[in-house]
Design a protein around this ligand. Sequence first.
Ligand code: ADP
Ligand code: MG
Length: 244
Amino acid sequence: MECESNLFADNRMTLISIDQLHKVFRRGDEEIHAIRAMDLSIDPGEFIAITGTSGSGKSTLLYILGLLDKPSSGRYILQGSPVENLSDSERAHLRNKFMGFVFQSFHLLPRATALRNVMMPLVYAATYDTPIPEDEQRRRATEALTIVGLADRLNHRPNELSGGQRQRVAIARAIVNNPKLLFADEPTGNLDSKSGKEILALFERLNKEGVTIIMVSHDPSIAERAKRKLVLRDGELVEDSHAV
Ligand code: ADP
Ligand code: MG
């Protein structure tokens, strides 16, 4: 398994390629086709917004691309390697090492400080690689929190932070491992518009520094900020447009 660092070393290679991807959920007798025969190719350095009405398949697609879910059929090639034969632990390793995730509801540990929350991926990294010493974890988590503008909130717990600050902690946690790929599912959905704009500005900065960003948003004004917009309808890709 090509789980080692050379997997993402080549920046000219197509990052993500999916071919006739299909996802069916079964509930009782009912079949829900959440993703239908989708083809898509994503290059390193892109900033993509996936948009579309509720239920159109945005989260399903994001979770499949982020190796949090598996397609029912079709191919997914990540940096030249098919992912269908990876074991769950190989998938978890790839996520930990190369991907960051940001969710609408932050998913922070409520009793842990901002610093501890951001250290978590570095703690888990020990499952796959040589453990990272705690002072190094602290140093890197502090650096990530500084990047998101929270250097003065390291020891605050989530309930002592505003929604926008909580989401910035979640972003710090997502970038603490220097991911190549950042996935965000409605990252501004629980925020006021000013905090939402700050989160987007942060994504734009990370993207300029080379992080590939794939963000789901049903809000057109948010989606317009990305360099490329994918519109889903009923599990199908109905529009794929680049910003001018
Ligand atoms: P979106 O994020 O665009 O709102 P989703 O990807 O969450 O849409 O859902 C797409 C479709 O798949 C919806 O009809 C939804 O009800 C269905 N769906 C999503 N997850 C599941 C699941 N775990 N079990 C059954 N149906 C699901
Ligand atoms: Mg969704």
